[in-house]
Design a protein around this ligand. Structure first.
Ligand code: C2E
Ligand code: SIN
Ligand code: SIN
Ligand code: SIN
Ligand code: FE
Length: 609
């Protein structure tokens, strides 16, 4: 489209210089007519000269012998007939001045003619007439010659004029084209070069647009160039972020916003292969719309359409998901993908050291959203994403493994708890899920939050590691003093995590925030009567409010050295009574609303673990 504008200008210049040229040629054609009249004039001059000759002959005829007279007479008569023609041409070419003289010449000549034809007796007056005629004819001839000279001058002037016009036409064309080249080509090239130099002299990898004035072929070049450098800068930024130890979620967040100019999508999803290599587990997703195919959704690889992508380590473009998924109409993933409104997707394997660890999906609500150029762009970021994912995964696993190991030590020290840690973290996750489902605390609870609660709730009592065995394992009720010692487990646990999070290696505060909240505040009570700080209501961090309920429920339904186990119903009654006093009333309400599901989980925990 843009090239047209430039080409149109050239065409306009060529047309206008052609117009100038053609008007020059038009003048030349007109001039041709003048050339014709010039030729006529030359022939008239010749005729007049002939007439002069005839008259001289007739003059001699008077003095010639009768025989010669007859010959002259015949010659003269033949020539005389031509005179009318000569006059017509004078009139036709409107040779001003000449005509009047000619008319007189003609008149005299006619007189001479009749005298010659009807009266053979020449008087001396006739001789005078002839002399007179010769004189007039010579004069006429002179004027005609003068006229011819004028015409030639006129002709030359016009030739000059036309030449200038042709030169002007050619110059106009050349100047116009040069001007357009200057404005549309040379200047933009200079600007482009200057901008490019400025850019390369500064930080070439930092993305800034190169600007090109006007619309022309070069601005299209600049647009492609800008797009290209923008891509490079996004890839560079991505690497910076990964290098700067950003967690995978932050990296994914960046990708979700930064890649929009280059590839259409409404959702980015990541699924990883389970440790045993048998399942594919949806792990992360970010979308413009509510996500249905959520975290921890899993499928056996043998039944998943992803097995080919993973086995062959190759990209897959599906430009009509609804048609494609007809092959597996009963699969839950099919239902969820279509319910999210997704109509096309690109799937890229994430591989680390040539081993596929998972896949990343870019999906769009439009059909036919993807083509091979998108693959090319994504292949540039897939490696970085895989590395970030692996790195973040390794860190998280490392932290969790050490944290869980630690919690395990505490558990073995605190003989009472049995499988308390596993049970209460399952309860805590269940409570999170029902809160998420019923849209409680929508600002705080998302899939990531749920996972962190599940992972970190086992840590809630790690502070017990610092409590003397005589208090920790006392088989009867604690004295007031002993209980004060026991209360310190919250702040001891908090200090342990705070020291860990401050270390260089574990410098991932966001990751630890929830762990610290849980450990520090799981014995706070909603009415402000808890410890260590006596926080009231929603001032108690949400994670701690959730874990408190899960912790107490499991403590109630379990045997302790100092107490026997309550039944499910008794425990639930105690919880209900604690609504608004010990526990967040919203959380209790939500739990009661999902009571049957919770009971199922309780049964599973009690008999399975
Ligand atoms: P834990 O045994 O895991 O109990 C956790 C929380 O569950 C308790 O926090 C309490 O809020 C609730 N809970 C446990 N048993 C009962 C119960 O029979 N009735 C009611 N209403 N709530 C119960 P708390 O009280 O802050 O205690 C923290 C930890 O201190 C307990 O963890 C336990 O390890 C220890 N502890 C508390 N009381 C005693 C006791 O009398 N004797 C001994 N040996 N340890 C105790
Ligand atoms: C950048 O940081 O390079 C630009 C990202 C964007 O425009 O989305
Ligand atoms: C998944 O996201 O976990 C699997 C989806 C699929 O099989 O296409
Ligand atoms: C997704 O976007 O999570 C699934 C798309 C697909 O299976 O290709
Ligand atoms: Fe505790």
């Amino acid at each position: 489209m843009r090239y047209k504008k430039f080409e149109n200008k050239i065409v306009i210049v060529i047309i206008s210089s052609l117009l100038i040229l053609f008007s020059g040629f038009w003048w030349t054609a007109n001039l041709n007519k003048k050339v014709v009249s010039y030729n006529q004039l030359v022939s008239i001059t010749i005729d007049i000269q002939n007439s002069i000759g005839i008259m001289q002959k007739s003059y001699y005829a008077f003095f010639a012998e009768p025989a010669k007279q007859a010959k002259y007479k015949a010659e003269i008569e033949a020539k005389l007939d031509h005179v009318d023609e000569i006059r017509d041409r004078f009139i036709e070419h409107q040779i001003v001045g000449v005509e009047a003289i000619y008319n007189q010449f003609d008149l005299e000549y006619t007189k001479l003619k009749s005298a010659f034809r009807f009266n053979q007796n020449f008087e001396s007056e006739h001789i005078e007439t002839v002399n007179d005629l010769i004189e007039k004819a010579q004069f006429t001839n002179l004027i005609v010659k003068q006229t011819v000279v004028n015409e030639i001058r006129h002709f030359n002037a016009i030739i000059e004029y036309v030449s200038w016009m042709i030169i002007a036409g050619v110059i106009t064309g050349i100047m116009g084209i040069l001007f357009i080249i200057r404005i549309d080509v040379l200047r933009p090239i200079r600007e482009f070069t200057a901008d490019l130099k400025k850019k390369t002299d500064s930080n070439a990898l930092e993305y800034t647009d190169i600007k090109i004035s006007g619309l022309n072929a070069l601005s299209e070049l600049a647009e492609h160039y800008n797009n290209y450098t923008h891509k490079i800068s996004v890839i560079n930024d991505l690497n910076d972020r990964i290098y700067a130890q950003n967690g995978f979620d932050e990296v994914l967040q960046y990708v979700f916003y930064a890649c929009k100019p280059f590839i259409p999508y409404n959702r980015i999803g990541i699924a990883i292969i389970s440790d045993d290599g048998k399942k594919i587990i949806a792990t992360r997703a970010k979308a413009d719309h509510p996500i249905l195919l959520g975290r921890n959704y899993q499928e056996y690889l043998s039944q998943s359409s992803l097995s080919d992508v993973i086995r062959n380590n190759e990209y897959r473009i599906l430009n009509d998901l609804s048609e494609y998924l007809q092959n597996k109409p009963h699969s839950e993933s099919t239902r969820l993908i279509l319910a999210e409104g997704l109509r096309s997707s690109i799937t890229i394997p994430l591989s680390v050291e040539n081993k596929v660890v998972g896949v990343i999906f870019f999906s769009s609500v439009e059909k036919n959203a993807y083509n091979i150029s998108h693959i090319h762009f994504l292949s540039n970021i897939a490696n970085a994403l895989a590395i970030s994912f692996e790195k973040s995964f390794v860190y998280d696993e490392l932290i969790l493994a050490s944290v869980k190991g630690f919690a395990g030590i505490v558990e073995s020290k605190d003989h009472a708890t049995g499988n308390h840690i596993e049970r209460m973290s399952q309860y805590a996750r269940y409570i999170c899920e029902i809160l998420y489902e019923d849209k409680y605390f929508i600002q705080e609870i998302d899939e990531n939050f749920i996972e962190l609660i599940y992972k970190f709730s086992p840590l809630h009592d790690i502070g017990k590691v610092g409590i003397v065995d005589s208090v920790l394992n006392k088989p009867s009720k604690l004295t007031e003093q002993e209980f004060e010692i026991m209360k310190a487990h919250t702040s001891i646990g908090y200090n342990i995590l705070r020291d860990m999070s401050a270390s260089k290696f574990f410098n991932r505060t966001a990751f630890f925030k929830i762990a610290m909240d849980i450990t520090c505040y799981h014995h706070e009570k909603f009415d402000g009567t808890g410890y260590p700080e006596g926080l009231i209501g929603k001032h108690i961090p949400l994670a701690a409010r959730i874990v408190a309920l899960a912790d107490v429920f499991d403590a109630l339904t379990s045997e302790r050295p100092y107490k026997s186990a309550f039944s499910y119903e008794e425990a639930l009654t105690i919880i209900e009574e604690g609504k608004g006093k010990h526990f967040d009333p919203d959380i209790v309400n939500c739990l009661l609303h999902h009571e049957s599901g919770f009971k199922n989980l309780y049964r599973k925990m009690k008999y399975d673990l």
